[in-house]
Write a protein that binds this ligand. Structure first.
Ligand SMILES: NC(=O)c1ccc[n+]([C@@H]2O[C@H](COP(=O)([O-])OP(=O)(O)OC[C@H]3O[C@@H](n4cnc5c(N)ncnc54)[C@H](OP(=O)(O)O)[C@@H]3O)[C@@H](O)[C@H]2O)c1
Length: 291
């Protein structure tokens, strides 16, 4: 692809993520305009070839693709107020941490200005931008995702979840929830091991190895939850009730808070009381999903 076919990219917001993103576009040979509310954060990028805009509108006017890795919804809303006039015909990619409701509100506002809106969630750190270690989630305008897929992949591998603008945020929160449960389990375990003389740093590699094995178990869980068929599982509700019960008892006897695991015990107890003790562990899904 010849260099001149690369569209002009505007990056609004040069915080930790915005700076890494602007640098990635410069490294990939894109003409890149940058803007930040507070002056002085663009110096290193300008030295690498970025065009410094004195207003957000000036940056947006430079080209068709606008990437906004701003702090939060309020920052996007305020910045949008100053660029709405120059938005028609362009694409706005909002990468701020947001909510499905806020994504819907912005999608409507941007569409009302004759522009395309993509909502994004960054599953990455500044140092994993433009590597295979991070990935970004998108939802909203399909035309925008299709037209600018190549540019989006400059920042990170891109996953699209459909035209509902809030879908990327829902997936973002779903991934956060998956991580929180695992990490809280690790911290509880570390508290349990302290009295027996195992330091958290000693336990971490073992826990990481265990979690990798757990990750391999996900397709089976997904198959059972997706089909609603729990009869063939090797790890039953009753087996895991006994395991979680032992964990809670050991925690209490050691003076360690057991709060993290009590909700799971309650779910397993409910399944057993409903006559599903021989079903697979994954059948707690039946108690969790929307009814
Ligand atoms: N850092 C991470 O590891 C990470 C990872 C994944 C996702 N995220 C998400 O990515 C987004 C950006 O994070 P970050 O770490 O890059 O944040 P950051 O370093 O704190 O930068 C925030 C940016 O937003 C701008 N900003 C804040 N309020 C504004 C306003 N009212 N009007 C205009 N600009 C405003 C700041 O401008 P000033 O310089 O003028 O303050 C700055 O450019 C957040 O939603 C965050 O949750 C971050």
């Amino acid at each position: 692809m010849p260099e001149q076919s690369k569209p002009h990219v505007a990056v609004l917001g040069l915080g930790r993520m915005g700076t890494a993103i602007a640098a990635a576009f410069l490294d990939a040979g894109y003409p890149t305009s940058v803007w930040n509310r507070t002056a002085g954060r663009a110096d290193a990028l300008v030295a690498r070839g970025a065009i410094l805009a004195s207003t957000a509108a000036e940056a947006v006017e430079a080209g068709p693709l606008v990437i906004a890795p701003l702090l939060d919804h309020d920052a996007v809303r305020q910045t949008l107020g100053s660029i709405e006039r120059v938005l028609p015909g362009r694409t706005l990619v909002n990468l701020a941490n947001s909510s499905p409701e806020h994504a819907g509100e912005l999608a409507e506002r941007v569409a009302g200005r004759g522009a395309d809106y993509l909502d994004g969630a960054m599953m990455a750190l500044p140092e994993t931008v433009a590597t295979q270690d991070g990935f970004f989630l998108y939802s909203g305008s399909e035309r925008a995702f299709t037209s600018y897929r190549r540019e989006l992949e400059v920042m990170a591998p891109a996953h699209y979840f459909g035209t509902d603008p809030g879908a990327a945020e829902v997936h973002d929160l779903a991934l956060l929830g998956t991580g929180y449960a695992a990490l809280t389990g690790f911290l509880h375990a570390a508290a349990l091991l302290e009295p027996v003389g195992t330091a958290p740093a000693e336990f971490a590699p073992l826990a990481a190895r265990w979690l990798r094995g757990m990750a391999d178990f996900l397709p089976e869980l997904a198959r059972e939850a997706g089909s609603g068929s729990y009869a063939d599982g090797v790890s039953t509700v009753d087996l895991n009730r006994a395991g979680v019960d032992s964990l809670i008892r050991l925690s209490r006897n050691s003076g360690v808070a057991a709060d993290v695991h009590e909700p799971l015990k309650a779910l397993l107890d409910e399944r057993a009381a409903d006559g599903h003790g021989d079903d697979s562990f994954s059948s707690v899904f039946e108690l969790l999903k929307a009814r």
